[in-house]
Design a protein around this ligand. Sequence first.
Ligand SMILES: Cc1cc2nc3c(=O)[nH]c(=O)nc-3n(C[C@H](O)[C@H](O)[C@H](O)COP(=O)(O)O)c2cc1C
Length: 256
Amino acid sequence: MIKIIAINGSHSGKKGYTHFLIEKLFKGSIEEGAVCEEIALAELNINLCKGCGICNTEKHLQKCIYEEKDDIAMIFNKMREADIIIYATPIYVFNMTGLMKMFLDRMNATGNSKDFRLSESGLFFHYINKDIYSKPFVTLICHDNFENESSKNVVSYFKTFSRFVDAPQIGTIIRRSGKLTGYGKDKEKEREFPKILESHKAIELAGKELVTKGKISKRTQRTANMDIFPIPFFSILKKFKWFKEKALEKMKLNSL
Ligand SMILES: Cc1cc2nc3c(=O)[nH]c(=O)nc-3n(C[C@H](O)[C@H](O)[C@H](O)COP(=O)(O)O)c2cc1C
């Protein structure tokens, strides 16, 4: 039986859009027999890595000063048992949330920076605890802006993460325009932008594919990540400033 855990880095915990999207993904996976669990970091006690370096001394190697004092060990144990990990984060000022980064920083204490290794991609790195780090993973991102550029830093971060820690990246879900489409909670907005329903359905299918194919297919990912505007060729048109200027004028008129 496949076990999937989602680390939800949203500061809104299980009340936000990130949670809604995780549930969509899980729905598909559960239908295919997977066991799924969401870990909402906002509900847990996670200390900020102090950078004290004690976890890298001989006497306390791989032992964090916060071990057994917060919930990190519990999360790492769940990661050890999982077959697939979903790193889910909203965009906060062009990046992952502080909470998600705080969590990822704590992984550093499970490594040994003096024990040099080469990653499978041929990058210089050091010993890492592969039972925690090196799991197939999906990045799930949501944000309000329409621009693909908004999530660029997080997409790039997880590409780098994958290459250093030998963790195969098996999908990237990016759901833009969350506010415009009502965060999965506003039927009126869903009627106005019906493509959002298609996207949410594709996220369910992505959950199924994780179990049946071991990854999200390119086609499903494209549908899940699509622009939701009911304007033909919007994805191409939005590359042009003149089009955006016209769209902006219309948006301003509509909000008068
Ligand atoms: C502090 C903060 C910063 C944000 N920065 C961005 C941003 O740079 N780009 C964007 O598109 N949305 C941004 N947002 C909007 C969130 O990404 C969006 O509302 C998301 O759906 C929140 O997820 P949640 O409902 O799970 O909390 C920001 C929200 C907050 C609270």
